[in-house]
Design a protein around this ligand. Structure first.
Ligand code: UDP
Ligand code: MG
Length: 314
């Protein structure tokens, strides 16, 4: 049995004024319960990371900190993004174990104790996995399913129906910090860290207030980031497709030459146009895929900071 551990709950917050007060209440009563049961140390804390909110999110965090010193705050200098805010919280907080959870508490806080128990059983990583997706829109459900299938096919290891609700031990966070990439897609990085891991299941609730901070465009860009930073399969496919097309165009050339000697070369405008338009489309698509990878390299090469901290409340 390990010594009783200090827990830090990391919560990224971007314009969450509608839900934050009630989320803080729920989280701190959960924390108190765990402390009372002697599951975690008294010095355990909640770290709210303000990701450049333009509403009163930071003021709410400051007030909560004044009332209860177990509630800490980190404010980033601007909006960096969900994944970046998570890292800012993880890498700037001292604790034995970390649990990351979204500010809207769609993920069930009642499994926190189960996660911590699994840590004591010897797991360094505990993934929060959703049972059902009935609280999602039809579109989000099917697109998520498609994405998991696609990623699997592309050879990227992901835990299905797991987002960023997870427990990480201190050494797992330390190992994760060795991954220096700037294109952050944490749910694919965490499995690469290794160590013993397990799943904890829960039902995901509807967002109680406020709106999603992941509109369609942001979601699509996030998926592209996941693909282009973890799988080179699309590039290999382009090469294979290129080989196939070269072979087919060689046959086409033979056929054209044959047509020329048969005197039937004037007809065929329609087929020619079809071939041109089809391959123009394919060419632009493939240039786009290559562009995605170049964009990825571009971001890595610049080596910019992933987040910048403006203020802290410890
Ligand atoms: N978030 C963030 N920065 C952003 C976008 C989102 O810190 O640029 C936070 C947000 O406050 C929330 C979490 O990331 O705590 C997940 O966002 P949301 O609940 O809107 O996503 P959804 O559940 O709709 O996928
Ligand atoms: Mg949410």
């Amino acid at each position: 049995m390990k010594n009783i551990a200090e827990l830090a709950i990391i919560v990224p917050c971007f314009n969450e004024e509608e839900v934050l007060r009630s989320s803080i209440k729920t989280l701190s009563s959960e924390l108190k319960k765990l402390v009372k049961n002697k599951t975690i140390k008294e010095t355990s804390k909640i770290v709210l990371v303000n990701d450049g909110s333009t509403d009163s999110t930071w003021q709410i965090i400051e007030k909560a900190h004044q009332k209860d010193s177990r509630i800490k705050g980190i404010s980033l200098s601007r909006n960096f993004g969900h994944q970046e805010a998570l890292l800012a919280g993880l890498y700037n907080t001292e604790a034995d174990i970390y649990i990351t959870i979204d500010a809207d508490l769609q993920d069930d806080v009642s499994v926190l104790s189960q996660m911590v128990e699994n840590y004591y059983k010897g797991y360094d990583i505990v993934y929060g996995v959703r049972n059902k997706r009935d609280t999602d829109s039809y579109f989000k459900r099917t697109s998520a399913l498609f994405f998991y299938k696609l990623m699997k096919w592309l050879g990227v290891e992901l835990v299905s129906n797991h987002a960023d609700f997870r427990l990480l031990s201190r050494r797992a966070v330390a190992a994760m910090s060795e991954f220096k990439e700037k294109n952050l897609f944490l749910r694919a990085i965490v499995p690469l860290v290794g160590f013993k891991s397990c799943n904890v299941y829960y039902n995901r609730k509807k967002r109680e207030a406020g709106t999603t901070k992941y509109p369609f465009k942001k979601m699509l860009l996030f998926a592209l980031r996941g693909i282009s930073s973890f799988s080179a399969v699309p590039l290999h496919l382009i090469t294979l497709f290129g080989i196939l097309i070269s072979f087919l165009s060689f046959l086409l050339m033979l056929w054209t030459v044959y047509g020329y000697f048969n005197g039937s070369t004037i007809t065929g405008w329609a087929s020619l146009m079809s071939v041109i338009t089809f391959f123009s489309g394919i060419t632009i698509l493939f240039m786009g895929i290559i562009g995605e990878y170049i964009a990825s390299i571009f971001v890595e090469v610049k080596n910019r900071p992933v987040y910048i901290i403006d203020q802290r409340l410890d």
